[in-house]
Design a protein around this ligand. Structure first.
Ligand code: PLP
Length: 399
């Protein structure tokens, strides 16, 4: 079958496929501990579900304005002011079917053939492929535990060229959980101010999931001169356990939001009407459901990081956000499994743990660094304990 070249330039999302593999094994009755999930294990809060049901019963089931309903845009405007101290108007917002779709619209709207996009790594799997699909070239700035998985101003300066179109800043980060502090954003902002042709795409999807009492900041909030060239991406998926509802949005310059909406008018049209109503409730309604979810994630984060660090040959950075642990397993590379297979990289490790220990995790190579693996702690503490026990045992059995 002849397919377009662009299909062969990209990979299927590795995180989604590992999660699917673990679910398939579970469906066969195998007791798999799945650390692959990229979504909260909590249910969507009741008030939000009720708003969705009310929208259906009220006949709110028709086509909508492509870039989002006015009441949702108003709820986003209020949220951006309340949480981020950023002012936007309705024409500076574009609502899409999730933050992933929003980021896709941005790449299709801004990137010309040969443009470069700077991606700090380890990075979320979809960034490079979306950029390649748009004809751009991903330029990676790799980070590790030494800088808390954060890009330094010097690294950023070095990566910028005349072809740089934008920088993606994802804080808290998937897969590392790393969260930039105010001073760190200001330092990166000083570099960006010297390069007026570089835009910033701030992916704030994990904004609400931060721990240890730190405060979330967006770069446009702390370096206001950057606001005219910053696009803020956010959505309801992670904060409100609404991954299946598919609502995300961008806030930024009017001309770009209009162009993104034009692009979307020829693909998905509007995001689902019912989900938009539920998202209005998520943003405007009671926020009571959030603190218990965040507290539970923090408890799990502390547990999993401590347990992983206690395994000889494994080190795990204690990050302040999202719901992923990103341990470094390179200390066990070179050892052999009881069946005599040498573990040389993160894919070998993931295969060994899945086959011999019934544990699914995502190899770090999917995020650009083979030394690591990603474990989502969006599963119960009990399941985390069972999974880490198995990992510990499996690693002990290596020779
Ligand atoms: C960093 C990051 N950005 C964006 C998304 C997409 O979120 P959604 O499309 O569900 O809004 C994800 C989901 O895993 C993510 O991890």
């Amino acid at each position: 079958m002849k397919l377009a070249d662009r299909v062969n330039k990209i990979q299927p999302s590795p995180t989604l496929s590992i999660d699917a593999k673990a679910k398939a094994l579970k469906a066969q009755g195998i007791d798999i501990v799945g650390f692959g999930a990229g979504e909260p294990d909590f249910d969507t809060p009741e008030n939000i579900k009720a708003a969705g049901k009310k929208a259906i019963d009220g006949g709110f089931t028709k086509y909508m304005p492509v870039g989002g309903a006015d009441d949702l845009k108003d709820a986003i405007i209020a949220k951006m002011k309340r949480d981020n101290d950023l002012d936007y108007s309705r024409d500076e917002i574009s609502v899409a079917c999730g933050a992933k779709h929003t980021l896709y619209n941005i790449s299709q709207t801004l990137i010309q053939e040969g443009d470069e996009v700077i991606i700090p790594g380890p990075y979320w799997v979809s960034y490079p492929d979306q950029i390649v699909l748009a004809g751009g070239t991903p330029v990676f700035i790799m980070t590790d535990e030494v800088t808390g998985f954060k890009v330094t101003p010097e690294q950023l300066e070095q990566a910028i060229t005349p072809r740089t179109r934008y920088l993606i800043l994802n804080s808290p980060c998937n897969p590392t959980g790393s969260t930039y502090l105010k001073e760190e954003l200001i330092a990166l902002g000083q570099v960006l101010l010297k390069h007026p042709h570089v835009m910033v795409v701030a992916d704030d999807i994990y904004e609400k999931l931060i721990y240890d009492g730190i405060t979330f900041y967006n770069i446009a909030q702390v370096v206001p001169e950057l606001k005219p060239r910053t696009i803020v991406v956010n959505g309801v998926s992670k904060a409100y356990a609404m991954t299946g509802w598919r609502i995300g949005w961008a806030c930024g310059p009017k001309e770009i939001m209009g162009a993104m909406t034009k692009m979307q008018s020829q693909s998905t049209s509007n995001a689902t009407s019912i989900a938009q109503k539920a998202s209005v409730e998520a943003l405007n309604g009671s926020q009571e459901a959030l603190p218990p979810m965040v507290a539970e994630f923090e408890k799990r984060r502390t547990y999993i990081v401590d347990r992983l660090n206690a395994i000889p040959g494994v080190t795990c950075f204690r990050s302040n956000g999202a719901f992923y642990a990103f341990p470094n397993f390179s200390g066990i590379y070179g050892k052999s499994t009881p069946k005599g297979k040498k573990i040389e990289n993160s894919s070998d490790l993931a295969a060994y743990l899945l086959e011999d220990a019934n544990v699914a995790l995502v190899p770090g190579i999917a995020f650009g660094d083979d030394r690591y693996a990603r474990l989502s702690y969006a599963i119960s503490l009990e399941t985390i304990k069972k999974g880490v026990d198995r990992i510990e045992e499996a690693i002990k059995n290596l020779k």
